[in-house]
Design a protein around this ligand. Structure first.
Ligand SMILES: C[S@@+](CC[C@H](N)C(=O)[O-])C[C@H]1O[C@@H](n2cnc3c(N)ncnc32)[C@H](O)[C@@H]1O
Length: 253
């Protein structure tokens, strides 16, 4: 197992995200754009779940993008997201990667580009975190059991946070253990220097980029029917949010 395997297991959950994005789109989206795609794990799940689905995954890291091999339904583009091309129904930016846009000018310019890639009725979605702990430093551990009996300790560390500039440094560490014995360690597996955009800052930038409507969603659906279709409503009352929260911010029109 390497850092990318551990990241996919501990950080990502495409199996939950694909239905959520379909519900946020609201009709029957076929084409996914995954910007800052990393290993394109979301795109892989999208084409698995949607029989006539396609995906366009964009990342600067050719090695990460190539990881899951070729699939005719996934176009993998090694490029800066600001140059990424191809029209899509849902354009997703995950795991706080919108924070790679460090200035408001960069953010609005990227969002304008993102909007230009949407089919009519399309939606742009990114995530961010906020609330009382968002500018605190420290770390949390989470444990994931592997099918072979090993256990992964995943550590999310916020090493640096400056509420005056909005800049944060977030670091991911992994440790693989078996029966209490450490088998492998990946300290500082990923280090991110991000601007942590607040929800209203993102909504304002989306509006300035030309989007007609912005909405905020929790990362969990409101309801699921017998066929596994999920339903989700935007958050309207701040009381619905935890003291520290992760939300999806969507823009359309
Ligand atoms: C936090 S990872 C996100 C992986 C995945 N999207 C997810 O949801 O977990 C950030 C990725 O963004 C890529 N990246 C950073 N800046 C970029 C840029 N300007 N254009 C394209 N990719 C970029 C990095 O190579 C890295 O793979």
């Amino acid at each position: 197992m390497d850092c990318h395997d551990l990241y996919e297991r501990c950080v990502q959950s495409p199996v939950h995200l694909v239905p959520l994005l379909r519900a946020i789109h609201g009709r029957e989206p076929r084409v996914l754009g995954e910007d800052f795609a990393g290993t394109a794990a979301l795109s892989c799940r999208w084409v698995q779940d949607i029989p006539d689905g396609r995906a366009i995954a964009v990342d600067l890291d050719a090695g990460a993008l190539a990881r899951h091999g070729r699939d005719d339904r996934i176009e993998r583009i090694v490029a800066d997201v600001r140059a990424g091309a191809g029209e899509v129904d849902v354009l997703f930016v995950g795991n706080f990667s919108i924070g790679y846009m460090h200035t408001r000018g960069e953010l609005v310019s990227y969002l304008r580009h993102a909007r230009s890639r949407l089919h009519p009725g399309g939606v742009f979605v990114c995530d961010t975190y906020g609330g009382e702990s968002s500018f605190l430093t420290g770390h949390v551990h989470r444990y994931h059991n592997l099918p072979d009996g090993r256990r992964v300790r995943y550590t999310w560390e916020q090493r640096f946070a400056n509420p005056l500039t909005g800049m944060v440094t977030d670091v991911l560490h992994f440790r693989v253990e078996k029966g209490g014995v450490i088998e492998d360690e990946f300290p500082e597996a990923f280090v991110y220097e991000w601007r942590l955009w607040a929800v209203p800052e993102l909504c304002d930038a989306m509006t300035d980029a030309g989007f007609a409507r912005t909405e905020v969603f929790q990362k969990l659906p409101d309801a699921e029917d017998d066929e596994g279709n999920i339903y989700i409503e935007p958050v309207r009352d701040p009381e619905e949010l935890e003291d520290s929260f992760i939300v999806l911010v969507a823009a359309r029109g």
